[in-house]
Design a protein around this ligand. Structure first.
Ligand code: NAD
Length: 507
């Protein structure tokens, strides 16, 4: 056992002590807030399913209180010069960087994600604040659209208080990916984090407050989706909802927000293909295939969970894959050596494990893994798993499993690969491995996916658009695309004084 592991465990205990002794509150209008419901729920550690502590279960009154705080703070925040907002968001980024280890430890323990990945995710959270902070001074900029007798120009203004609802897979990073552009645009925020991973959201609220964010600009209400989440999407003060989570939840939110005409931005599920051609650099492709399904416990929307491998190389490629899978290290998330930690919750663990039987029922082969592997009899640990001999119509190929589970499907040629890749309800991401540059472009053109990587894994560039087609989402994040969501565009048309105004009533 490494010393780092011991140090991590001691430090996480120290950090969580205050939550173990009391109830994790909301953070509303610059203060901790015990809530009005009197109800709580328990948060569990994925490594052994022990209770970490109790969490305030927000209700409609808590949401109303937070939305009113966000509404009251909106005018001043909107009117603050962009360069001032930039300074504040940089201070938040500095404070996140200073607390990055604490955030990573808490997040790792709370979510089951390996510390090696959560350390990077915390730093990426700071980068999100820095990147969008830098864009704040130009957020209102528009276009000049001159016409013959008029000048048209556009300006943007923040849409108002917004709701941000996030999932549990990389909770801190994903929340900053929404909250930072909303704040940079001049919106105030009510955040409802996932009930299975509540702690790092509180840390973000506290950090932002200490960094000088005015009261009411960022509020956090803990609670269950069908209660706190639902009422947030229905609240009249909330003008838009940025949501990351399951496709079915996205449908609920669209319905819930209909009466108040909510603008919605959805980042939903995926069942993303990685297509490996026989002419690819197979060593690099193998590294990427392993990384993109077995990192982050496979609990990753952009994971390449369908491996489409050309028939001519499938035996060789799958054999190498099995060898690599056998060397992956499943372990406690706080252990720096761990590559795959426990799944978030017993309910999700049961779902992932159910596919081990479903695979064989549908006629596929379990080529690697396929078992739960509790440590000392505890925890939501599963073996990294590979299914081979699969066809695209099987449930293991069509349904989002959201665990370290890969389904390999052979294909004959380019047309076959595209047809299999697109035969799915989702359309988030696609990955292609080939050394034929023309083929790379053709596949990228023909894939029904919001994002395509050619000869690369999920490398992100913050100005580039992020989001999905089909059942994988509505809208795009990243750079200016984020501002399109959090802001209204206004057109202003000014006459030169030379055009003829229509005259009525002059006989
Ligand atoms: P989920 O939809 O169950 O929950 C997400 C959030 O929605 C939680 O905060 C939950 O409390 C809330 N919620 C649930 N019901 C609600 C309702 N009726 N009204 C309002 N809020 C409600 O998702 P999850 O299980 O936490 O996360 C995993 C899913 O997220 C996967 O499908 C994954 O693909 C997806 N995801 C997508 C992206 C992306 O960028 N496309 C990124 C990460 C995760």
């Amino acid at each position: 056992m490494s010393n780092d592991f011991d140090a991590n465990r001691q430090d996480v205990e120290r950090l969580l002590q205050r939550f173990r002794d009391g109830t994790l509150p909301h953070f509303i209008n610059g203060q901790h807030d015990a809530g009005r419901s009197g109800k709580t729920f328990e948060s569990l550690a994925p490594s052994d399913n022990s209770v970490i502590g109790s969490v305030a279960a927000g209700n409609a009154d808590d949401i109303d209180f937070a939305c009113k705080a966000a509404e009251a703070a909106f005018e001043d925040w909107k009117n603050m010069p962009g360069k001032e907002r930039k300074k504040l968001l940089h201070k938040v980024a500095d404070a996140i960087t200073a607390r990055a280890r604490d955030i990573a430890l808490v997040e790792s323990y709370d979510s089951g994600q390996a510390i090696r990945f959560m350390s990077k995710a915390a730093i990426r959270g700071a980068a999100n604040f820095r990147f969008f902070g830098d864009m704040a001074p130009g957020a209102r900029d528009g276009q000049s659209l001159p016409a013959e007798d008029h000048v048209n120009y556009t300006v943007r203004q923040p849409i108002g208080p917004v709701g941000v609802i996030t999932p549990w897979n990389t909770p801190f990073m994903l929340s900053t990916w929404k909250i930072a552009p909303a704040l940079a645009a001049g919106c105030t925020v009510v955040h409802k984090p996932a009930e299975w991973s509540p702690y790092s959201a509180m840390m973000l609220s506290e950090i932002a407050h200490e960094a000088g964010l005015p009261d009411g600009v960022l509020n956090c209400v803990q609670g269950l989706g069908e209660d706190a989440g639902k009422t947030l999407t229905e609240h009249p003060a909330i003008k838009a909802v940025a949501f990351v989570g399951e496709t079915t939840t996205g449908s609920h939110i669209m319905r819930q927000g209909a009466n108040t005409l909510k603008r919605v931005h959805f980042e939903l599920g995926g069942k993303n293909p990685v297509i490996v051609f026989e002419d690819a650099d197979l060593d690099r492709a193998l590294d990427a295939v392993v990384f993109m399904i077995y990192s982050l416990n496979g609990e990753r929307c952009t994971s390449s969970s369908r491996l489409l491998v050309q028939e001519s190389i499938q035996d060789e490629f799958n054999a190498k894959l099995v060898e690599r899978i056998g060397k992956l290290k499943v372990g406690n998330p706080l252990d720096p050596a761990t590559e795959i930690g426990p799944l978030i919750h017993d309910r999700h663990f049961q779902k992932v494990c159910s596919y081990f039987d479903i695979a064989t029922e549908d006629g596929a082969k379990v080529a690697a893994g396929g078992n739960a592997v509790p440590i000392d009899g505890k925890g939501n640990y599963v073996q990294p798993t590979l299914f081979t001999g699969a066809s695209n119509s099987m449930r293991i190929a069509q349904q989002e499993i959201f665990g370290p589970v890969l389904t390999a499907i052979p294909f004959k040629d380019e047309a076959d690969a595209i047809s299999i890749a697109n035969d799915i309800e989702y359309g988030l991401a696609g990955y292609v491995w080939t050394n034929d540059i023309g083929r790379g472009h053709r596949i990228a053109r023909d894939l029904d996916a919001g994002m395509v990587w050619v000869n690369s894994e999920n490398n992100r560039h913050l100005p580039a658009p992020f989001g999905g087609m089909k059942a994988s989402g509505i809208g795009r994040d990243g750079g200016d695309y984020s501002f399109e969501f959090y802001m209204e565009t206004k057109n202003i048309c000014i006459a030169m004084g030379s055009h003829k105004v229509p005259q009525l009533g002059k006989g």
